[in-house]
Design a protein around this ligand. Structure first.
Ligand SMILES: [Zn+2]
Length: 280
């Protein structure tokens, strides 16, 4: 079994939006921002190779809506064909794509234009694409807040190609990769739990987008149900502390992974890791 990251690019997000009601004087000690109050966020995706499967978790924002999304200053957008080749794989070999959720910064490269740009097609032609059922329903009928974060062309071609798989309850995709449902940020977010030898790596997605968001009450202003987000984060962190699971951060521009410990009822970093250190 092998784990690799694909850094699918970065973007700028308003620090106030990312940290919700937390005052800037407090959050800026934990996450830097520029003079315009923008924080750099990564789109760090994961590639898992097992005996039977080649799994990609999230695909970044892609290039289809870059003009429309220029406010976010997307940079270094990765091409998955190229990045997979560097790792010795091809897009056609991908058996499964797991989408934590369908906001544009998580699923944009799941589809692409065909050669003559006449059609949008799945980037991974032979893969099953896994999405939480509640997330799919939300994508089809978004609420007012999330409407701007969903683009039909990122996922409808996947559904039309018959490659969409909906997850109704926690399940295993293969013996090494489990997906669990977490609510709050958005309905039916999938969190992959990767059982890697004796270790478990948790792809935290937007439940905990970066290490600075470990405090339970620090949730983003984008979250649709903030109290649920806090309860779900507590559920994730209490198990992570107890079992010393390794949290993998999709959006953290400065920290890839960490373990946590519970001290006086609060969760603190136990040890930070690079993904490469977990492999060895
Ligand atoms: Zn996100």
């Amino acid at each position: 079994m092998k784990l690799d990251k694909i850094e699918a690019g970065s973007f700028l997000a308003d620090g106030g939006a990312m940290f919700g009601v937390v005052p800037k004087r407090v959050w800026q000690k934990r996450y830097p921002c520029n003079d315009d109050n923008f924080c750099t966020l990564m789109m760090r995706c994961l590639v898992i190779k097992t005996d039977e499967k080649l799994i990609v978790i999230d695909t970044g924002t892609g290039v289809k809506q870059l003009e429309y999304l220029k406010y976010y200053h997307f940079k270094d957008i990765a091409d998955f064909d190229t990045e997979l080749k560097k790792l010795g794989y091809s897009a056609a070999e991908v058996t499964d794509v797991i989408h934590t959720h369908l906001h544009f910064d998580h699923c944009g490269s799941s589809t692409r234009f065909n050669e003559d740009k006449s059609e949008i097609i799945p980037t991974f032609p032979n893969a099953a694409y896994w999405v939480g059922k509640a997330q799919w329903e939300n994508f089809l009928n978004p609420n007012v807040r999330e409407g701007d974060s969903y683009f039909a062309e990122n996922m409808i071609p996947v559904e039309k190609a018959g490659r969409l798989k909906l997850v109704e309850k926690d399940m295993y995709i293969c013996p090494e990769v489990e997906v669990r449902l977490f609510n709050g940020h958005t309905a039916g977010q999938l969190v992959p739990y990767i059982h890697f030898g004796a270790k478990t790596v948790v792809f935290t997605g937007d439940v905990i987008p970066f290490q600075a968001a470990l405090p339970i009450a620090w949730v983003s202003a984008y979250d649709t149900f903030p109290i649920t987000s806090m309860e779900e984060k507590e559920r994730m962190l209490s198990e992570a502390a107890e079992k010393q699971q390794i949290l993998f951060f999709e959006h953290d521009a400065y920290n890839e992974c960490c373990t946590v410990q519970r001290v006086n009822g609060k969760y603190r970093v136990n040890r930070t890791y690079l993904l490469d250190e977990i492999k060895s």
